[in-house]
Structure formats: structure tokens, C-alpha cells
Design a protein around this ligand. Structure first.
Ligand code: MTE
Ligand code: HPA
Ligand code: MOS
Length: 821
């Protein structure tokens, strides 16, 4: 029984806190708060949406294939590319010696050579590139290379990297209070650990770019990237020209999920080097296998905890370690492991704690951003602790979770001054304001019938020897903002044309998440015109410069505000003009009596007489009156600051929250599991577009569930990725979605901060709702030990993994019995 979309009404009249002037009486079509379908929905489903690979090919265009290292760790002794070059149809072959400018294209820190000179650090690392008339020729030619290596011992596991202190960046820690003392003193203390595997992005459109040499040594680049500005800068650096010679454009991606934040740039750089050398247009599209082998993924993590708690299961102290497997280079790993550290509390108050984050180096591809950006790998540790504490005390995990939430006062817990502890400050010093989780969880508990179903499940399990049901409610509290402060800025450009149509451009990129639509809705709201008046154009570094990646879920928050700023500037000129222009015979109009209303401009004169002019006519008159009808806009997130040295500050403007309840059925003989029902209640503040937000929540949940259940990255002992295609790597299919899926938005909770119309970011936070599936599977297994034992369960919880947990649990029960006997 899948529910059809049942969406709450939003009151968009109240949508603006700031600038209540010029508000309408009637609504135009498509402004914020309404359910509008994705601007490209029809094009997506009819195949008419143009992606980079669909663009018309240039005559003369070359195609690239890259030859990569065959060893995870090796030095190149010699390279012989003679037969590669001699292949019919091959036009050029480049190595690092053909790079005119910078060789290192590391996005934040150095460590990523565009082509390897000597030291290879993962299987597939690019060594040379072949440019040929077709991709097939280029690929066939690559295979003819003769490369001799001095093979070195690779480091392939986090444990080994930890042992050798083999890191891509220094270890960092966050400390509050005295963890060691709290651990020593507390009445209860347990330890646990978990391997959390990585995840392939599996965007439907793989990595691709198309580049064309332009005048004056420049380059026009079409790149499927979340970060056009970074591609622009790195292309300029490798071909050794100034940034203004390179133009990067992207209309849409067929999914990015973080995998195109940094990973698109190497393709563009290689293509640009070839284009620069040959002066011919070049396309580089990776095959799915190359994409999976060569580009970075979600970081696998190895996490450990040592936690002390009182008789009620309230945490008193903890020692936490999160160790990210960063692969061979830093890429974004410093920020990713930071985010894991920030989120290891998930929604729970970590009293006296020490959180240590390691950035382990291994000889695998360099891991990168992926929806949640390290957050999920931290959050799951917090949830592991909650489940394990509950098993230790024989309590329901939901009870333990609720007791540990931020903002819950416990009379028996007092500060040194004897006050009841507010428990609302994170371990990095940020106050958890506008804390919706206690209410949100209470509501979901009721709507999902948690306690009744808990009893039913216990009864079912008591009578079912092999099939076991599991249930779990897990919350999410996710920090919104780039943790690197300067990235929290955005620009936009808005033009109003004389027929009243509006052109919108901003620095954000569209990857299916509905950003272009949401920002267009903001513009429709500002001018109170129908949404179809607004045309959004491709993201382009020449239109809006110096942009941040579309990432950290902040696309709408940042670009929506920047676009609004541009609108406000244009409107200010229009309103001034209207007040001056439409007064007659001493009957003047004040600026505050000019309003934009349902595709019209309404001017209320001092006498009370109204003048109503269709928007397009008004614009034409404003143009004749020489009013500027175009403006840039800019936004930077207020209030955020963070001092990494002390580990204190407010890295996040606000938190996005949600919770999910999942029920699973596990076959304890085969380890297979099935998701029966999921209920989600998620907080998007005042939604700009409930239909889009729900789509994000459903998609993110399923993607999170896939990460934790079926998607298994496997490397062999030489460091070769074995799960390198859809046959060996299983993403969720439609049949894996829960039989019953109830997704709701939290009502009447506008963002406590002044975000765009008080909405909240939605892209990443619901990814972590998938954790309830993993926890529910573990709950089903725990039924084998009367819910008194939390079995080891790494992720993904594949059938093999679940069977190991079942065995672990049975062994535990047997050992206990023997002890008692
Ligand atoms: N939704 C779709 N359909 N495709 C994507 O690639 N990426 C996710 C999320 N939702 C993604 C998506 C990630 S990782 C992020 S950070 C945000 O969208 C980015 O877009 P936003 O900031 O506009 O929400
Ligand atoms: N999230 C996503 N991408 C990023 C971040 C972040 O916090 N910092 C740098 N790139
Ligand atoms: Mo999303 S991982 O921040 O691109």
C-alpha cells in the first residue's frame, strides 16, 4: 500500500519575514510553497533533456581513453607507447611531459597528479591519455601500452594504515570535559567497533566532458560537474592560461551525489591538455567500469567507541574514534572526516567526550564527497552506541535514544554548580537552537504506531523460529553549511526583458535535485509572476563567477538568497519608478503602496485610487523610463564561525532534522532481509516545493538504505576493485523499496533562522534516515538473544554479513547458557 503524494498546504502569504511590503492579495502560479514538478520532468522521461554526451559532436572531435596503473603501489620503470601511437585512428598520446602548466590538480591540498610521472598509488591511476577518432579506437590503443613497474607493497586497509600512522592529513580531535575520568567513574561501560563500507555514486550519467579550444589560447568546457569554478581554475592551471580564458558550462547532470564535486575536474584537465596541444575539440566520457575503478567513492570508515552511561542509559562519557579510508590523496578528506567527527553525536548529547578523527591513507582511489559528506559515517556510530547501550540495559533502543537527545533535562544530572544540565551544546560548542527532534520523534512514534508494533513484533518473533521481524526508529540531526566558511557564498544574475519575461542564472548546478526550479520559484515569488515567465539558463562561469560547488545541501539556501537579492535590487528601481510615474494631478503614490500582485503591478495612490498594470506592460514602461532591469545578487551565510585549532564554534547555520521508523523481516537461515514498512517524518522548515522535497527525502532514504544493505564494494588483495559494474555492485531497485512507505513533512515549523522564506536544506539529511533499516535488521537479529545482545554487524548488512551476526548472537546465547549451567 504505497501512498500517493499527499502534500500539506503551505501558506506562502506568510512566506517572507523580511520585506513584507509589496505583498500580493492573489497568488500567481508556481511561486514558493506550491507543488511544482521538476522543470525538466517531461524532458527527463522522454529523453529530450540534453546531457553533455547528447550535445552535437563537433566535426574533427577527438575522443579520449586513459591508460591507468596496473598496480596499487608501484614505481614506473619504463613506458613504451610506440604501438599505442601507431594504432590507426590514434591522433595523439600524452603523458605528464605534455602538460604545459601545473601537474598537480589536488582540489584543496596537493597530491593528485593529472598524469603520473613515476609513483603509482592505485590501480587505474591515469598514466597516459590517448586521443583518437573514436572512443573504441582510443580504448583499443590503450591496451597496447608496455609499462614496466617496480611493484611495491600496497597498504589497503584502514587497520594497517592506523598501525603505520599512514595518513593523508594530520589527525584531529574534539574534546569536551574529561572523558577518561567519566569512563573510569561511571556505573556502566561498554566498547564497540564497526567497519562501515564505502559507496559508489552510481550516477546514471557517468563522468563526461567536452572541450573546444577558443580564441587567444582559451578553452570552452562543457563538464558534468557540481563545481564549474574549480574545473575552470584547474583547466586554466594545467594549460597555463589565466582563469578568464576558460569558460565552463553545465546545463544539468544526470546525478552527481557528491561524485562530481572534485572528480569531474581530472577529465576536463586531460581533455583540455589534448585540445590545447592538437587545437581540436575533445570529448572524454568514461565507461562505467573506468568510472567505478578510477574515480573516488564514499569513504569506508572504521569506527570505535568506549562509552560510559548511568542506569538510565544516559551517556556520561565517551571515547570515540572515526577513521576514514581516504584512499591515496587528501582530496576533500579533511572536511569529510571533520564532518564525521561533528556528527558522531548524531542527535545525542555527548557529555565528557573525546572524538578523534584519522585520515588514513591507502593505495586505493582517492575517496571523495558523497551525500552526507562523512556525516553518515559519524551518525551511524552514534546509533550503534544507542543500540548497544539499550541491549546492555535490556531497554528498548527508542527509550535510550529519547533520553539522550539534546535538550532533554534529567533531574538527576546536574552541573558542577548544581544546575540541571541544559544539555543543548554540541561537543564542538554549537548550541542546538530551535530543537525540533523531541517533538518530531514523539509525533512519528504515534503516527507509526511504534509501541503497538513493537509488541506485535515481539509476539511474532516468539512464534517464528527462523523468520524474525525487526523495528527501529532513528533520528537525524544534520548541520547545514559548508564547514569551510568561505564556501558559504553565492551569486546570481537576473534580467527582466521588455515583454515581462525573466531570465535567471545563478552559480548552482542542477543534478536532478530541483535546484533550478526552486530558485525560479523564488524569482516568481518576488515578482509575483507565473513560474513559466522565468527561464533558467545553464550554469556558466562567465555569467556568475567564483562560485562554490553545489554541495553541502546548500544550493537553494545560497543561490535562492542570491537570486532574491538580485530581484530585490531590480524591484527597488521598479517601485521607485512606479511611485513617481503613476501619480497624477497631485495624487501621488508612496513606494510602500506599490505591490506586485498576480502578474500585475498595483499602485495605490494617496487618494486610494488603484492603478493596475499588467507586469509586461509595466516593464515596458519602466524600460522607456530608463529603469535598470537587470541585476546581480549576492549572499553570504551569516552567523557561522569555527576555530579548528580549538575545535569550537558554530560551523553550521542551523540543523536539519528528521526521523524514520523501519520494519524489516529477516530470514535467519539465509541472512536475507526485506524492508516491510518505513515511516518518515522530516523537517524542511517551510517547504519551497513539497513535491520536490518529498522526492529528495524518498530518494535519499533509498540511497542510504542501499549503502547499508546491498551495495558492497569489494577489492581483492592486490587492491583491484572487483565490484566494478552493475552486475557485481547492487544498487537498490524499485522492488527494494518498502512495501509501505509513508513520507511526511513536519508541519508548521519554519526555520528558526532567516533562510530563504524560512525553508530548510533537504538534499543530504534524509540520506541518514536509511540507518533505521540497518538498525532494524540488527534488532531482528537481537531477538535471538531476547534483545540482550547487540551482535557485531558491519555494513553493508548483506545476507553474508547478517548470517555472521546471527551466528555471533547464537554463539553468545550458547556461551551464556553454558556459563549458567
Ligand atoms: N538529488 C538528485 N536527484 N541528484 C543528485 O545528484 N545530490 C545530493 C542531493 N540530492 C543529488 C540529489 C547531494 S550530495 C547534495 S549536496 C545536494 O543534492 C545538492 O543540491 P542542493 O544543495 O541544491 O540540495
Ligand atoms: N560539504 C560538502 N562539500 C564540501 C564541504 C562540505 O561541508 N566542504 C567542502 N566541500
Ligand atoms: Mo553533496 S556530498 O555535498 O555533493
Amino acid at each position: 500500500m504505497r501512498k500517493l503524494i499527499d502534500l500539506p498546504e503551505q501558506n506562502s502569504e506568510q512566506a517572507l519575514d523580511q520585506d513584507q511590503r509589496n505583498r500580493p492579495a492573489k497568488k500567481s502560479k508556481g511561486q514558493t510553497g506550491q507543488n511544482m514538478k521538476h522543470e525538466s520532468a517531461e524532458k527527463h522521461v522522454t529523453g529530450k533533456a540534453v546531457y553533455v554526451d547528447d550535445m552535437p559532436e563537433y566535426p574533427n572531435q577527438l575522443h579520449i581513453a586513459v591508460g591507468g596503473s596496473q598496480h596499487a603501489h608501484a614505481k614506473i620503470k619504463s613506458i613504451d607507447l610506440t604501438s599505442v601511437r601507431e594504432t590507426l585512428g590514434v591522433v595523439d598520446v600524452i603523458t605528464v611531459h605534455d602538460v604545459p602548466g601545473h601537474v598537480d590538480i589536488g582540489p584543496v591540498f596537493s597530491g593528485d597528479p593529472v598524469l603520473v610521472e613515476e609513483l603509482c598509488e592505485y590501480i587505474g591511476q591515469p598514466i597516459f591519455a590517448v586521443a583518437a577518432d573514436t572512443m573504441d579506437i582510443a580504448k583499443a590503443a590503450v591496451a597496447k601500452a608496455k609499462i614496466e613497474y617496480d611493484v611495491l607493497e600496497p597498504i589497503l586497509t584502514v587497520e594497517k594504515a592506523l598501525e603505520d600512522k599512514f595518513f593523508v592529513r594530520p589527525t584531529h580531535q574534539l574534546v569536551r570535559g574529561d572523558a577518561a575520568k567519566a569512563l573510569a567513574d561511571a556505573p556502566n561501560r561498554i566498547q564497540g567497533h564497526q567497519h562501515v563500507n564505502g559507496q559508489e555514486h552510481f550516477y546514471l550519467e557517468g563522468q563526461v566532458c567536452s572541450v573546444m579550444p577558443t580564441e587567444d589560447g582559451g578553452m570552452k568546457v562543457y563538464s558534468s560537474t557540481q563545481h564549474p569554478t574549480e574545473v575552470q581554475k584547474l583547466v586554466a592551471e594545467v594549460i597555463d592560461v589565466s582563469i578568464n580564458k576558460v569558460q565552463v558550462e553545465i546545463r544539468r547532470m544526470g546525478g552527481g551525489f557528491g561524485g562530481k564535486e572534485t572528480q569531474a575536474a581530472p577529465l576536463a584537465c586531460i581533455a583540455a591538455i589534448v585540445a590545447n596541444k592538437t587545437r581540436r575539440p575533445v570529448k572524454y566520457r568514461m565507461s562505467r567500469t573506468d568510472d567505478m575503478v578510477m574515480t573516488g567513492k564514499r569513504h569506508p570508515f572504521f569506527n570505535t567507541y568506549d562509552v560510559a552511561f548511568d542506569e538510565q542509559g544516559i551517556m556520561m562519557g565517551s571515547n570515540i574514534m572515526v577513521a576514514g579510508n581516504c584512499g591515496n590523496s587528501p582530496d576533500l578528506s579533511d572536511a569529510i572526516v571533520d564532518r564525521a567527527m561533528f556528527h558522531s553525536d548524531n542527535a545525542y548529547y555527548l557529555n565528557n567526550t573525546k572524538v578523534v578523527g584519522h585520515r588514513c591513507k591507502t593505495h586505493t582511489t582517492s575517496n571523495t564527497a558523497y551525500r552526507g559528506f562523512g556525516g553518515p559515517q559519524g551518525v551511524i556510530l552514534g546509533e550503534l552506541m544507542m543500540d548497544d547501550i539499550a541491549r546492555h540495559l535490556g531497554e528498548d533502543p527508542l527509550t535510550i535514544r529519547k533520553r539522550n537527545l539534546y535538550g532533554i533535562k534529567h533531574d538527576h544530572i546536574r552541573t558542577a554548580d548544581g544546575e540541571v544540565d541544559e544539555r543543548n551544546q554540541t561537543h564542538y560548542g554549537q548550541i542546538v537552537e530551535d530543537n525540533v527532534l523531541p517533538e518530531l520523534i514523539a509525533e512519528l512514534e504515534t503516527t507509526s504506531d511504534y509501541w503497538k508494533r513493537r509488541e506485535e513484533i515481539k509476539a511474532f518473533n516468539a512464534n517464528s523460529p527462523f523468520l524474525k521481524k525487526g523495528l527501529s526508529l532513528t533520528p537525524v540531526k544534520f548541520g547545514i553549511s559548508f564547514t569551510v566558511q568561505f564556501l558559504n557564498q553565492a551569486g546570481a544574475l537576473v534580467h527582466v526583458y521588455t515583454d515581462g519575461s525573466i531570465h535567471l542564472n545563478h552559480g548552482g548546478t542542477e543534478m536532478g535535485q530541483g535546484l533550478f526550479l526552486k530558485v525560479a520559484q523564488v524569482v516568481a515569488e518576488e515578482f509575483q509572476v507565473d513560474l513559466d515567465n522565468i527561464q533558467v539558463s545553464a550554469t556558466n562561469t562567465e555569467t556568475v563567477p567564483n562560485t562554490s560547488p553545489t554541495a553541502a545541501s546548500s544550493g537553494t539556501d545560497l543561490n535562492g538568497m542570491a537570486a532574491r537579492d538580485a530581484c530585490l535590487r531590480i524591484k527597488a528601481g521598479m517601485v521607485k519608478f512606479a511611485a513617481e510615474h503613476y501619480g497624477s494631478d497631485g495624487d501621488k503614490a508612496q513606494e510602500e503602496n506599490v505591490r506586485f500582485d498576480n502578474n500585475q503591478v498595483v499602485i495605490v495612490k494617496d487618494s486610494g485610487a488603484e492603478e493596475i498594470i499588467p507586469f509586461a506592460d509595466f516593464v515596458q514602461q519602466a524600460y522607456m523610463g530608463r529603469v535598470p532591469l537587470s541585476s546581480t545578487g549576492f549572499y553570504k551565510t551569516p552567523k557561522i564561525h569555527y576555530d579548528r585549532a580549538s575545535g569550537q564554534g558554530r560551523p553550521f547555520y542551523y540543523y536539519a532534522n528528521g526521523a524514520s521508523v523501519s520494519e524489516v523481516l529477516v530470514d535467519t537461515l539465509t541472512g536475507e532481509s526485506r524492508l516491510v514498512r518505513t515511516d518518515i517524518l522530516h523537517d524542511v522548515g517551510r517547504s519551497l516545493n513539497p513535491a520536490i522535497d518529498k522526492g529528495q527525502i524518498e530518494g535519499a532514504f533509498i540511497q542510504g538504505m542501499g549503502w547499508l544493505t546491498t551495495e558492497e564494494l569489494k577489492w581483492n588483495d592486490k587492491g583491484r576493485l572487483m565490484s566494478n559494474g552493475p552486475a557485481t555492485y547492487k544498487i537498490p531497485a524499485v522492488g527494494d523499496a518498502p512495501f509501505e512507505f509513508n513520507v511526511n513533512l513536519l508541519k508548521d515549523r519554519p526555520n528558526g533562522e532567516e533562510t530563504i522564506y524560512r525553508s530548510k536544506a533537504v538534499g543530504e539529511p534524509p540520506f541518514m534516515l536509511g540507518i533505521s533499516v540497518w538498525s532494524a535488521i540488527r534488532d531482528a537479529v537481537a531477538s535471538l538473544a531476547d534483545y540482550k545482545y547487540g551482535a557485531q554487524m558491519d555494513t553493508p548488512a548483506t545476507p553474508e554479513c547478517v548470517l555472521r551476526s546471527v551466528q555471533d548472537t547464537k554463539d553468545h546465547v550458547r556461551a551464556n547458557k553454558e556459563q549458567k549451567a
